[in-house]
Design a protein around this ligand. Structure first.
Ligand SMILES: *[C@@H]1O[C@H](CO)[C@@H](O)[C@H](O)[C@H]1NC(C)=O
Ligand SMILES: *[C@@H]1O[C@H](CO)[C@@H](O)[C@H](O)[C@H]1NC(C)=O
Ligand SMILES: *[C@@H]1O[C@H](CO)[C@@H](O)[C@H](O)[C@H]1NC(C)=O
Ligand SMILES: *[C@@H]1O[C@H](CO)[C@@H](O)[C@H](O)[C@H]1NC(C)=O
Length: 206
């Protein structure tokens, strides 16, 4: 017993601590290997089954109801509860990002070892009050090919917040990215709407 009783007690605690650390690291590694990430397939966004007739041209703006089908394959031994998903859309134009709609859904359970497909509804809700110069409307019109030139996809930025519960543990990742949709409007309807706002001369539609 070199060093006497004090260093003996010290060695004992040190040893116990090392064993505890080793056990915790092993448990965390085992859990990490055991939990397999779900595979998620996000379809392309498009109009709801109502088609272009679901689009509302209003005096204050335009509402376009959209949806996207999402398929989640949960390979784990436990189910995952999706408490809530909220989506916020912004329209990127000349360095400005203007809020242009949202969507949310809640309470979906991804059962263990199964594929769950659900439809996520959201909408473009474009209000003229957020865009007094109609810059976004004219940009969409140009991408729809009604100001001359060819059609191109409309790109919209999104931020999606997912509230999950995995074995009682809440997980809330936020993902930001962008998606593209082809012109959702009936071109002649959009053109008539732009004319009705008195924008023909700005847009060059005479
Ligand atoms: C989503 O799935 C439903 C049912 O399969 C289908 O009718 C609908 O067209 C799909 N929506 C989109 C945007 O692909
Ligand atoms: C972008 O924002 C600035 C400052 O708010 C504004 O002056 C400018 O007109 C905006 N540009 C567009 C295209 O809306
Ligand atoms: C979506 O936006 C509308 C209008 O701006 C607002 O009334 C609504 O509360 C928003 N919904 C969500 C889920 O944020
Ligand atoms: C779930 O979907 C994926 C991709 O579509 C497919 O490969 C897999 O076989 C499906 N699993 C089940 C249990 O249906």
């Amino acid at each position: 017993m070199k060093g006497g009783r004090v260093s003996c007690i010290g060695r004992f605690f040190c040893c116990t601590l090392m064993i505890a650390v080793f056990l915790i690291v092993s448990i965390v590694l085992a859990l990490a290997l055991w939990i397999r990430p779900p595979s998620i397939i996000i379809g392309s966004a498009g109009l709801t089954s109502a088609g272009t007739s679901g689009i509302q041209f209003q005096t204050s703006g335009i509402v376009v109801p959209l949806e996207v089908n999402i398929s989640v394959n949960n390979p784990d031994y436990f189910s995952v509860d999706l408490k809530q998903v909220t989506l916020d859309l912004t329209y990127p134009l000349d360095g400005n990002n203007t809020a242009i709609g949202n969507g949310s859904t809640s309470d979906i359970t991804f059962h263990s070892h199964s594929n769950t497909t659900f439809t996520f509804p959201f909408e473009i809700n474009y209000q003229f009050s957020t865009d007094p110069n109609y810059a976004i409307l004219l940009d969409m019109a140009s991408k729809c090919g009604i100001l001359g030139g060819s059609q191109s996809d409309i790109t919209i930025d999104y931020s999606i917040k997912v509230d999950l519960k995995v074995i009682l543990i809440p997980v809330s990742p936020t993902i930001s990215n962008s998606f593209s949709i082809s012109c959702p409007f009936d071109e002649s309807e959009l053109e008539d709407f732009i004319k009705s706002l008195g924008l023909s001369s700005i847009a060059g539609l005479l």
